[in-house]
Ligand binder design. Structure first.
Ligand code: ADP
Ligand code: MG
Length: 267
């Protein structure tokens, strides 16, 4: 029986956020990446962010992570303005980027070591390894892991900090279809067990419908929020149910009419 203390989830909010970058072809010009984006996630909500490649999804996540700051507008976790990265906001990217010289255990512990809290938190590392089904691999090195296992280590590494919010940037994008579906269930199980607020960037409409409370659709660059769709389907969701398929059709049509017909497979 896995016993992991309940993390307290936090709301996330962007208020009229704009962000631009130097244009690649003209150092004096700037390209808008996000334009006046407002978005709120309630504590414990799972929201997917969908939109064409280059529309600013990763930029939006980096602002919430505190890795970058907006040109204008404000970003909050709970009632706290976000000014820098913090352990209460976990991040998982498409590339799990594990330390190759550390074992599975070492990778999961790395953040605790950096924060000088390993001594009192060591027992939790085992709990999180069990939670993501890696208890038999504690001493394995990353090059011995499959893509799905490496991504589970990345999830455990983020979760061991008890994040109040988890920011997921196409975390399953590099996995084959079967592993991906299993990992979707894994992430949902973690979400249900821990109640963490999750913002999931994905280019996969089925994944967004299968997982989310809400889907936020962004426009082509400069990214704006085109529409938000609440997903009221019962869980666990059935990908072949007619309501699921109808929703899928509606969203694809919406993306088409929004001028986003080509949700690309890469970002
Ligand atoms: P997405 O994740 O939706 O594919 P990104 O957020 O990565 O999009 O990028 C949005 C836009 O901002 C793109 O045009 C990208 O080239 C630009 N951009 C992102 N980060 C930087 C950066 N550090 N420097 C310059 N341009 C950037
Ligand atoms: Mg991206």
């Amino acid at each position: 029986m896995v016993v992991v203390a309940e993390g307290k989830a936090s709301s996330l909010r962007l208020h009229e956020v704009s962000k631009s970058f130097p244009a690649p072809d003209d150092p004096l010009a700037r390209h808008a990446a996000l334009q006046n984006v407002s978005l709120s996630l309630a504590a414990g909500e799972l929201v997917s962010l969908v939109g064409p490649s280059g529309c600013g999804k990763s930029t939006l996540l980096r602002l919430l992570a505190g890795l970058d700051s907006p040109d204008s507008g404000e970003v909050f976790i709970g009632s706290e303005p976000i000014k820098s990265p913090g352990a209460e906001r976990g991040l998982v990217f498409q590339d799990p980027s594990l330390f190759p010289w550390l074992t599975v255990r070492g990778n999961i512990e790395a953040g605790l070591v950096a924060r000088h809290v390993l001594h009192e938190k060591r027992h939790e590392v085992d709990e999180f390894m069990r939670l993501v089904g890696l208890e038999g691999f504690a001493n394995a090195y990353p090059h011995h892991l499959s893509g799905g296992m490496a991504q589970r280590v990345a999830l455990a590494r983020a979760l061991v900090n008890h994040p109040k919010a988890l920011l997921l940037d196409e975390p399953l994008g590099a996995l084959d279809a079967f592993t991906r579906m299993r990992m979707q269930d894994e992430v949902l199980r973690l979400w249900q067990a821990r109640g963490t607020t999750m913002l999931l960037v994905t280019h996969d409409i089925d994944e967004a419908i299968y997982m989310s409370n809400r889907i936020v659709i962004m426009t082509q660059r400069p990214g704006r929020i085109e529409q938000t769709i609440s997903i009221a389907l019962e869980r666990p969701r059935d990908r072949s149910h007619q309501n699921f398929l109808r929703l899928r059709g509606d969203i694809l049509e919406l993306l088409h009419f929004a001028g986003n017909a080509s949700i690309e497979n890469k970002s």
